[in-house]
Design a protein around this ligand. Structure first.
Ligand code: UD1
Length: 366
């Protein structure tokens, strides 16, 4: 029996851990999965609703660290997590993604000699001003098993001196959650509630500090987004960080007088129903670049770089940066184009069975 401690902390972790824990529970004779929630995200809309939508069991441990500066948050997670691993003595600790909870828990284990598996290893934006890039680089260096979503990630890891026996290309576990939940999401009434017709609106998400913490950058983005909203409504479920910047920078009126509709963050199923019916998605999120690729929905990424180049090479993603003119021009080109979804490919092993492969590998390594 393998005892595995699964770590979640922030919103983008929940859809990655859900299929893994489900698969471990299905193999009840081989796996004893525990869940630790660090509490990095704690609002109903940023955390609890995801547990409900994704059917994740209640965490066995809740560290309740909350928001703080990077150093304080990371340190608080480490301090609170150490006694848990010392008490539980797991065979593996499994961390996902690139948030502060990922590096904090991996670092605790590396110092205690407890094996760490990193799901979604090897992604690189090569932009070290992103907190996530630092988290990715460091987590990969100290993990014992690196589970990758695409083969470019394997190459990145080898280039950084990680030996090939630690690297396993398993596919994208977030797409397991997506395929599992598509039917369930049909029961969401979000489109009806917002009075939207399928393929007749755009969806926007923005939360990267580099986009929303700088008034000038955010203002330039807003200029382009207001123009795009003259062609079709833009639905904007906003992250708490973004909502507070909008108020602080005095952007509320500009948004209200446009055809951008600002709404509270949505749960997993409501958000899936929303973006899966959109004509266009505009985002600075990592996960949404992958979800739109899996569903062949055109996506413009409002960043200068991406750690997920496969979504551009094979999928529907276009990296447009933050220049207002370029965003408008590309959005209008994409909107004028006829749907060409059949030309788009889904990357290898984004097939809904990644959690099975992860469990097989953990079991093999017993
Ligand atoms: C974190 C991740 C980021 C991920 C994002 C998704 C890191 C370094 N960043 O960024 O990779 O894309 O989550 O959401 O781990 N807040 C709330 N309620 C919450 C959580 C946050 O109001 O439940 C507010 C707080 O004011 C907080 C701010 O949002 O200070 C930022 O939260 P934090 O967890 O520090 O980082 P994110 O920007 O959410």
């Amino acid at each position: 029996m393998l005892k595995i401690v699964n770590i979640v902390g922030a919103r983008p972790n929940f859809m990655k851990i859900a299929p893994i824990v489900r698969e471990m529970r299905r193999r009840e004779n081989d796996f004893q999965p525990l869940i630790v929630h660090t509490g990095q995200h704690y609002d109903q809309a940023m955390s609890d609703s995801f547990f409900n939508d994704l059917g994740i069991p209640k965490p066995d441990f809740h560290l309740e660290v909350g928001s703080a500066s990077h150093a304080v948050q990371t340190a608080k997670i480490m301090t609170a997590f150490e006694p848990v691993v010392l008490e539980e003595k797991p065979d593996w600790v499994l961390v996902v993604g690139d948030v502060n909870s990922t590096i904090a828990c991996a670092l605790v284990c590396a110092k205690l000699g407890i094996k760490v598996a990193h799901v979604e290893a090897g992604l690189r934006s090569r932009d070290r001003t992103m907190p996530e890039e630092i988290n990715r680089l460091l987590t990969d260096q100290i993990s014992d098993l690196l589970l990758t979503t695409s083969q470019d990630a394997d190459e990145n890891l080898k280039d950084e001196g990680i030996t090939h026996d630690k690297i396993r290309f398993v596919g994208n576990v977030m797409i397991d959650s997506l395929f599992y939940s598509l039917k369930l999401a049909e029961s969401s009434t979000v489109r009806e509630d917002l009075n939207l017709n399928k393929k007749d609106y755009a969806v926007l998400t923005l939360h990267r500090p580099s986009n929303v913490d700088e008034k000038q950058t955010f203002s330039g983005l807003l200029e382009a987004l207001c123009k795009i909203s003259e062609k079709l409504p833009v639905i904007f479920p906003a992250h708490p960080r973004t909502l507070s910047r909008i108020a602080e920078f005095g952007f509320t009126e500009r948004i209200e007088s446009s055809n951008i509709k600002l709404i509270e963050p949505l749960g997993y199923l409501d958000f899936m129903r929303l973006y899966s019916g959109a004509k266009l998605v505009l985002t600075d999120s990592g996960g949404l670049q992958e979800e739109t690729t899996a569903l062949s929905i055109p996506c413009l990424t409002l960043r200068e770089n991406t750690e997920r180049p496969i979504t551009i090479e094979m999928g529907t993603n276009v990296l447009v940066g933050t220049n207002s003119e370029k965003i408008k021009q590309t959005a209008f080109e994409v909107l004028a184009r006829k749907a060409d979804s059949k030309d788009k490919k889904i990357p290898p092993l984004w097939d809904g069975r990644t959690a099975e492969r992860i469990c097989d590998i953990l079991f093999e390594m017993k």
